[in-house]
Design a protein around this ligand. Structure first.
Ligand SMILES: Cc1ncc(COP(=O)(O)O)c(C=O)c1O
Length: 311
């Protein structure tokens, strides 16, 4: 099935969307991206785009930091994305990749006196961390400080840091890296936030420990509180607390909610998926596929023909 892109303000086949080799963003990492999931629900014959608006709000905040002026409003970005997914017509889980970038074909390290542009495309994409339980290592690479490159914006250039950590983990036969903050507190995975279960409560690093404020993180905090009565504490986490937590899992748009079985060759709990983790995983899957009526406001249906569109 062909994929499409919204590129230079029109919908084109994905293979026709090309940029020039002098494009500023390619050389200096002067772009911002988002990763948005469209989740296929076979019973509803529908793709639900999860928390679409929140993803574009985060993108626009990042654009403000990076002085990228987009030619589209938040509402337009949402409408363009729904139209794109509908045009693609996939009947499986998809991943939507918007990119806002410095588009001038010009050299020189700066943010000023450059044009900006936006594109978005969608492709089929199943599991990101292709394991039921992940084995992780604490990375030798640390997250950058907000005064180095702000980790709260999904700036493409910052992802060189994440890529170094991920490849170090995979080449050492682990599934994912856990990075520490510049001062040594637990920060996040290369593409995921991290949660521990300690004494029946969720514990997760706060924004000031150099994390991306994940939309899945926010979703899990709300679901844990409202559906399970489990509170989340946001506080700095020491490395050794990773080893002694009863349960541990990662969250991210691509990775969903992935349990962690082992960190630095130490089992977490009994090395199996913990009780709270399993409950949250099930809840999250129901919510993102439009199977939980209370949270349908987070799910934007892409196909007009579905009866669920009327809700
Ligand atoms: C570094 C990093 N942390 C956390 C996340 C999780 O964020 P979200 O749940 O919004 O996808 C991502 C993925 O976007 C990420 O790249």
């Amino acid at each position: 099935m062909p994929s499409y892109a919204f590129f230079h303000k029109e919908f084109v086949p994905l293979e026709e969307a090309k940029i020039g080799i002098m494009t500023h963003a390619l050389h200096y990492g002067t772009a911002l991206f988002e990763g948005i999931r469209g989740n296929w629900n076979p019973e509803h014959e529908q793709i639900y785009i999860f928390r679409l608006r929140e993803h574009y709000e985060r993108l626009l905040n990042g654009c403000h930091v990076m002085k990228i002026d987009l030619p589209h409003t938040l509402d337009e970005l949402c409408r363009i994305t729904v139209a794109l997914v509908e045009m693609c017509g996939f009947q499986e889980d998809i991943y939507i990749r918007p990119l806002a970038y410095k588009s001038s074909e010009a050299l020189g390290v700066r943010l000023h006196d450059l044009d900006s542009d936006f594109f978005v495309f969608a492709i089929p994409w199943g599991r990101y961390l292709d394991v039921d339980k992940a084995r992780c290592i604490v990375s030798s690479w640390r997250r950058p400080d907000d005064n180095v490159i702000p980790p709260q914006a999904k700036i493409t250039g910052i992802y060189a840091n994440n890529a170094l950590a991920k490849t170090e983990a995979v080449e050492n036969n682990y599934d994912e890296a856990i990075m520490l903050s510049p001062v040594g507190y637990v920060s996040e995975g290369s593409g995921e936030n991290i949660f521990l279960v300690i004494d029946g409560k969720l514990v997760t690093p706060p924004g000031y420990n150099n994390i991306l404020m994940g939309i899945t993180r926010n979703t899990v905090i709300e679901l844990a509180q409202k559906e399970l009565g489990v509170e989340t504490i946001e506080r700095p986490i020491s490395r050794s607390e990773l080893y002694t937590a009863q349960e541990c899992f990662m969250t991210g748009t691509a990775a969903h909610l992935t349990p962690i079985a082992e960190i630095d060759q130490r089992k977490i709990g009994d090395g199996e998926i913990g009780k709270i983790t399993r409950k949250l995983q099930k809840l999250y899957q129901d919510v993102i596929r439009g199977n939980h009526p209370k949270y349908l406001h987070w799910c934007t249906p892409a196909y007009k023909k579905s009866p669920v569109t009327e809700i």
